[in-house]
Design a protein around this ligand. Structure first.
Ligand code: LLP
Length: 427
């Protein structure tokens, strides 16, 4: 691993002895398995690549662990929150609430009761994804700026479940209702200070230019005196060796063009925001596991590890591909490879990390390994830990961050007491 990587220089190793300069065997020994390990240098590097945008707003839904969030804050990145809990996390690491700098923005399609109380109590800027939100907010917090998250009528995503635009998506304000939303806002003295579109992840530039056009047209049609436009999130990363890194310059140029044309028409400056989650943290995360059983079923060979979809749900949910490496293998000769299926400990047949969308089990060519060897699920820093569950009463994994070559515990593995907390037998 290089010290200052870009997407094309990050590799997909079959063996991995170190993460960010720390021995994987030592990490397993010090913190146990399964453990998520994050390389913070890599996050810093990804942030620096996006510096041409006026505002980088981290979509913390990808990874809201306090140590990660605080690190991102220290690097000048603002934050997005989608729930009361994410606002609490943002404030906990020192993001300031209030309307002054919009350090924290609440973006969602509803206010649940906890969220509306939280945004009111701390005067958090809101990015509205439904017309009803405007009324619910306006009644409590009139005379403030708000932004609108718009569904332009089409979308894009790596799977049906992550496509966030078009008529089948629940996200955002339908583009034909934007005019009505301006009128609603006016009733409460709310001003629309910005427009936002997030339509899922992908590198399809033709599609992206349609999104930019749509943003421009809407701003023009409604004579919106906007001060910000947000490109949303969705910057992709390579999960497989054949996937290309995104052309960030081209991405920026498209959005910057939209911004500049709108600036010229409106005669005032407009800030360009980007709202990445995955791009900042995915590659930084490694889920360290131990191989606990190796078995043959007919012609198939299985490595069964101590992490399951309770720890990393992306494969079972989306058929997502994560690179896999073997750490400190007892037989590290590259000629010794075999096709294996990698599964976890859960009492459910879908608990397989090597599967395609639809649940079709596949195998992966991996180095031969032995019981006790470490197996590392890579590029798991985004939508990994945050989507954990306690299924089968399994504890959440520990989390470790590596900063300047030093490893630090960021979250303890859950204890039995943590798992039982809050439960009562009511008789
Ligand atoms: N902004 C908004 C409004 C979003 O809805 C999302 C993601 C993002 C930003 C960040 O998107 P990113 O840059 O991370 O692609 N669990 C799925 C991803 C769900 C994304 C939901 N919204 C996965 O594991 O792929």
């Amino acid at each position: 691993m290089t010290r200052s990587p870009n997407s094309s220089t990050l590799d997909f190793p079959a063996y991995r002895n170190q993460i960010a300069g720390v021995d994987v065997a030592k990490l397993a020994q010090d913190f146990g398995t399964p453990t998520y390990v994050y390389d913070l240098n890599l996050i810093a590097h990804r942030i620096s690549e996006l510096e041409s945008f006026d505002v980088i707003r981290y979509a913390q839904k990808a990874n809201s662990t306090l140590a990660v969030l605080d690190f991102v804050r220290q690097h000048g990145v603002k934050v997005d929150a989608v729930s009361a809990g994410e606002i609490v996390r943002a404030m906990k690491v020192g993001y300031r609430p209030g309307q002054e700098n919009h350090d924290i923005v609440y973006t969602a399609d509803i206010f649940d009761r906890a969220a509306i109380e939280m945004v009111v109590a701390h005067d958090i800027h809101c990015n509205m994804g439904s017309p009803d939100m405007i009324d619910q907010y306006g009644e409590r917090m009139p005379d403030r700026p708000i932004t609108l998250r718009i569904n332009p009528g089409f979308g894009h995503g790596h799977s049906q479940k992550t496509n966030t635009g078009g008529p089948q998506s629940k996200h955002g304000i339908w583009h034909e209702q934007v005019g009505e939303c301006f009128a609603r806002a006016e009733r409460y003295g709310l001003t629309i200070s910005g427009l936002h579109m997030h339509i899922g992840s992908g590198t399809d530039f033709e599609h992206l230019s349609q999104v930019c056009d749509s943003m421009e047209t809407l701003a023009r049609e409604h004579h919106a005196p906007i001060k910000t436009i947000s490109a949303g999130g969705g910057l992709p990363i390579a999960y497989e060796p054949n996937q290309e890194a995104i052309d960030l310059e081209r991405y920026y140029d498209l959005w910057n063009g939209t911004r500049q044309r709108l600036q010229n028409e409106l005669g005032h400056s407009i800030e360009l925001e980007i709202e990445p989650g995955r791009y900042l943290v995915a590659e930084s995360g490694f889920l360290l596991t131990e191989i606990r059983a190796i078995k043959e079923m007919g012609d198939n060979k299985f490595y069964l590890v101590d992490a399951g979809f309770n720890n990393l749900a992306r494969p079972i949910l989306y058929g997502a591909h994560h690179p896999i490496s073997i750490g400190s293998s007892s037989q590290s000769e590259p000629s010794h490879y075999q096709d294996v299926i990698v599964g976890g400990p859960l009492c459910e047949s879908g608990d397989i990390f090597t599967q395609e969308e639809g649940g079709f089990v596949t195998s992966r060519r991996l180095p031969k390994a032995a019981i006790g060897d470490l197996l590392i699920l890579e590029r798991a820093g985004a939508y990994g830990f945050v989507m954990s569950s306690n299924y089968n009463s399994k504890p959440f994994a520990a989390e470790v961050v590596i900063r300047e070559g030093q490893s630090h515990l960021a979250r303890k593995r859950q204890s039995d007491d943590d798992i039982l907390r809050g439960e009562e037998i009511p008789w």
